[in-house]
Design a protein. Structure first.
Length: 104
């Protein structure tokens, strides 16, 4: 499970790098690197290409958000399964209140 978290985290940062490199597209070496990274990223981003506002495409943000949310869920899942005393355990409610003794 932890390996999956690391793979997703690396993929998230690859998406971020791909977006940042798109801003520097005029430099030939950077364009080559971006095209290589695009081979990995574009199959995931392509279904969201319709999401654009003017000249700004938010297509990479959708898979990045989904991956980031999935990482958070998996980390919480691992944290609760690995520890002897899970950190997200709820304490039982105590219905007794101070000063509510027998009112007779």
């Amino acid at each position: 499970m932890k390996a999956l978290i690391w793979i997703l985290r690396i993929y998230f940062y690859i998406i971020v790098a791909w977006v940042l490199l798109s801003w520097l597209g005029g430099i030939p070496a950077i364009a080559t690197i971006r095209n290589l990274i695009g081979i990995i990223v574009e199959p995931v981003v392509r279904p969201f290409y319709f999401l654009s506002f003017g000249g700004l495409s938010i297509a990479p943000m959708v898979p990045a958000f989904i991956i980031w949310t999935l990482i958070g869920y998996l980390e919480r899942s691992v944290a609760t399964s690995d520890s002897k005393y899970p950190q997200f355990r709820e304490e039982p409610a105590d219905d007794r209140r101070e000063g509510d003794g027998d009112r007779g």
